[in-house]
Design a protein around this ligand. Sequence first.
Ligand code: DMJ
Length: 460
Amino acid sequence: MKIHIVLITVVMFAFFFHKSEFAQTGQDIVIDKKTKQEYAEKVKDAFLHAWNGYKEYAYGMDDLLPLSKTGKNWYDESLVMTPVDAFDTMLLLGMYEEAEKTKELIFERLHFDHDMYVSVFEITIRLMGGLLSAYTWDGDERFLMLAEDLAVRLLPAFDSPTEMPYKEVNLKTGEVRDPVSNPAEIGTLMLEFGQLTMITESLMYYDIAKIGTLEVLERVSEIGLIGTSINVESGEWVEQESHVSGMIDSYYEYLLKAYLLFGDEDFKIAYEKCISAVNEHVAYYHSDELWYAHVDMHTGEVIETQFGSLDAFFPAVLALGGDIKRGEKLQESCYKMWNEFGIEPEQYNFVTKEVYSPVYLLRPENIESAYYLYHFTKDDRYVKMGMEYYDSIEKYCKTDIAYCELADVRTKKQHDAMQSFFLAETLKYLYLLFEENTLFKFDEVIYNTEAHPFKIFTFE
Ligand code: DMJ
């Protein structure tokens, strides 16, 4: 009996400490099942609205331009970006007929034998990631053939003096260009190349991506931080600012996820080292709020109290890495950033509130973090956050044929673009947040940075 009472006291203490110290949630929020289902249905409708717009005005092209009602390709030829990125979301939403038609579009139009330079990072996370996930969940071998053909064409990018990949490679000739890259573009290839190895049993993909990824850490500063950009020929840092924002962000995400997906301890060690340095030198307390700033990678001196929509991936990574409380605390700041203007800016100063980049690109990260935190805490506060995020996207970004970016979150002026990650990630994470019983089971998958779910292999 005594033990029982002590236990209850400990649990209650932990609960109140947790609420007051980190989550600041005030009153408990409860969202009933019906409301969650209604929102899940709304997300399905939003997907269909955007997808129909794409089909009508940009069929077969990379992206839809939702205001001018036309399409655009990233390069000289289409790489069928939006359909590949959107395919596994269709499976998640149960849109099987649409998925069948999309498959045919992909196999009819997509090939990689083009004499053009492409971004190794973007093409890997969106296309290789999308194709590998499509193969996993649909089983059609043609997805795998496309993914492997693409991987082989990207391999020459790793042929640098440091073995860190170049930023761009020509898909036909294998020529490379742009030696100045960054940790995110160098290190956000591991899940895709590693997964290809798991499927094909050809080790070279795993090995080449792993070497490139870990080469970055051969160059950490005296205090364990990495910089914003690096020359892959000389191995010298070009920009020495450290943060969790674009150009570094998914480097950390992939160290953790590579460990979780492949069980490779080298990545666990690397992640833990990086994260403790980041929490020591980049974390920034403003009043009672937790943020991550931009600091000098050698001294840790703060350069800018700057944060933005890309940085909002970090609560998810912290939580997935086991630090749920820190993730919750940071998510409160991300929520605050969103509410500052009714929708989040790309970059702003969290102390002065000055907006450095006013655009909203339909990005998913803030929603993704709400989804992970909901999974780990089961606190409906995060569902409520997701509902509010969805409502503002609906209010400000919806057009008659799809959804569009905002040129300025202060005025809500719309901008003529809808990147493929809106269908691959933003709507996927919203749906996962509102509908718990889905095809992708949290404990069985690891999402790549474009939200393509890879199955965790279990070895006998
Ligand atoms: C996506 O392409 C990926 O999530 C990437 O890691 C960062 N940028 C976009 C979404 O904002």
